[in-house]
Design a protein around this ligand. Structure first.
Ligand code: NAD
Length: 482
């Protein structure tokens, strides 16, 4: 099935069918590489959101009665069907987000598919878990109807991380994708319908955050609101949901650090951290956007930065040679350029390397840049750029490295570069983040992921991700006896 392009009138996915929403405004979707409009998506209204919640509430009751094994089978089947649409998904995501060809299949489509499969793999055990506590047996029940709000940076992965566990758990869903990248979501909805998901269990409503998003977050019929996006919006979502006492999960921003402890690892850490920071043009919540190195190795680190930056190719996302593409939107490009302007004027911040992008035509390009920031309070250290900009911070010793790593309001992930397992755990346990990875170990995609501090709360991925969509119920057996 071809991805929707042009004017998308029937942008409301309701009861397993595409319906024209009642809104009269349209949101533009741009090709990140050219800035040209590729689609205009008709926006929904709060009345459409009500219809979606009605539909989800009706369908959820019946879906909860379907056996967990059958529910999980639908999730697994949807992953297979989406795999068959991999080319379409990659083309759509590349246009919406600007992810380069060498990353779009693995980091976008592959991660999204694997999130659905890992959820399917973990869900049955989590959903059917029964725990005996004295005279009680604790069983797991679906949370009910879920409002899900997603960002644009990984349009399949972010949607998969909410929709797959919600469906496996027996919930109904009203989903709002980001205006910048909504087209992938139609493919997901179609795949779940084709996989046998009953009408109404998954509904998709497109539109603005302030209109449709806040109507979902503050909906009286939402039993749980799962949000991924910026810190500021997350707070608004939590406030909207609080009027009904609705539980929320907030997956918010980050300013994650890689800390080099072993001297002989500094070059490998520079290479790895730049790759992490520049992947998807820096638009990754868990990007390592800070690198903390021993001060006496700063020169060696900068030398390695120059070598790595010489290999960075900024350009057309469709070109096989490009390693960094454009930002997803004009607003995001402007935000990154503004961060760089401020960094250039901040005392204690010095640019080590910046790629020339003057040869690139239209499209939302920003120059991949590495700075050394001696000032821990500098905005480039404190604020999430969400672009290809790395800040290196020199540390005097291990204690100072921990202090620097801990010196922002965020707490998503960290990497600690050392071969010493005891040292790794000692430092990792002192970092207030949701997860810590040793050196260049691969990410375990079924381990729980989420933040602490201003990076939010709640966990996604694997069995922990499914738990968010369940509520424990205690069944107490027996009779009163004297
Ligand atoms: P955003 O907060 O601007 O938007 C996210 C979603 O919220 C969009 O769908 C938007 O339309 C909607 N929204 C906006 N205002 C709303 C409101 N008042 N009520 C309800 N919904 C509203 O974020 P973004 O620019 O799309 O994404 C980038 C941000 O997301 C970054 O800060 C990034 O770190 C974060 N992010 C976090 C994770 C994570 O797992 N922790 C993953 C990806 C992105």
């Amino acid at each position: 099935m071809a991805s929707p392009r042009g004017v998308v009138e029937d942008s409301l996915w309701l009861d397993n069918a595409r319906v024209v929403p009642s809104g009269t405004s349209y949101a533009s979707v741009d090709d990140s590489a050219t800035g040209e409009e590729i689609a205009k998506v008709r926006s929904a209204t709060t009345e459409d959101v009500d219809r979606a919640f009605d539909s989800a509430a009706r369908a959820q009751k019946r879906w909860a009665d379907v056996s967990p094994a059958d529910r999980v089978a639908v999730v697994a089947k949807a992953a297979d069907l989406l795999e068959g649409m991999a080319e379409d998904l990659a083309t759509t995501i590349q246009a919406e987000v600007g992810t380069v060809a060498s990353q779009v299949h693995g980091m976008q489509v592959g991660l999204g598919l694997s999130a659905i499969r890992l959820t399917a793999g973990a869900a049955l055990a989590t959903v059917t878990e029964r725990e005996r506590i004295g005279a009680s047996e604790v069983v797991q029940e679906p949370a009910g109807v879920v409002g899900a709000i997603t960002p644009w940076n990984y349009p399949l992965f972010q949607v998969a991380l909410k929709v797959a566990p919600a469906i496996a758990a027996g919930c109904g869903v009203v989903l709002k994708p980001a205006e910048v990248a909504p087209l992938t979501t139609f493919l997901v909805a179609e795949a779940f319908a084709e996989a046998g998901l009953p009408a109404g269990v998954l509904n998709v409503v497109c539109g603005s955050g302030s209109g449709v998003g806040s109507a979902i977050a503050g909906h009286a019929r939402a039993d749980f609101v799962s949000f991924t996006g910026s810190v500021a919006t997350g707070r608004q979502v939590a406030r909207s949901a609080a009027q009904w006492g609705t539980r929320t999960s907030l997956e918010l921003g980050g300013k994650s650090a890689a800390i080099v402890l072993d001297d002989d690892m500094v070059r490998a850490a520079v290479r790895h951290t730049i790759a992490s920071c520049f992947a998807n043009a820096g638009q990754t919540c868990a990007a390592l956007s800070r690198l903390i190195v021993p001060r006496h190795l700063l020169e060696e680190a900068e030398d390695e930065v120059s070598e790595v930056m010489a290999q960075v190719v900024v350009g057309d996302p469709a070109a096989a040679t490009s390693t960094v593409g454009p930002l997803a939107s004009q607003a995001q490009r402007n935000a990154v350029v503004e961060h760089l302007r401020v960094a250039g004027e901040t005392a204690g911040v010095r640019t080590v390397a910046s790629k020339d992008i003057s040869h690139l035509g239209p499209g939302w390009y920003a120059p991949p840049t590495v700075v050394v920031a001696e000032a821990p309070g500098a905005p480039i250290v404190q604020e999430e750029v969400f672009g290809p900009v790395l800040a290196i911070q020199p540390a005097d010793d291990e204690e100072h490295a921990i202090e620097l790593a801990e010196g922002t309001r965020f707490g998503l992930i960290a990497r600690v570069w050392t071969d010493d397992d005891v040292r790794f755990e000692r430092v990792a346990r002192r970092l207030r983040v949701g997860g810590v990875i040793q050196s260049d170990a691969p990410t375990a995609w079924d381990a729980p992921f989420g933040g602490v501090k201003h990076s939010g709360y709640g966990r996604e991925r694997g069995g922990y991700g499914v738990e968010e969509y369940l509520v424990p119920k205690s069944l107490q057996r027996g009779r009163f006896t004297e």
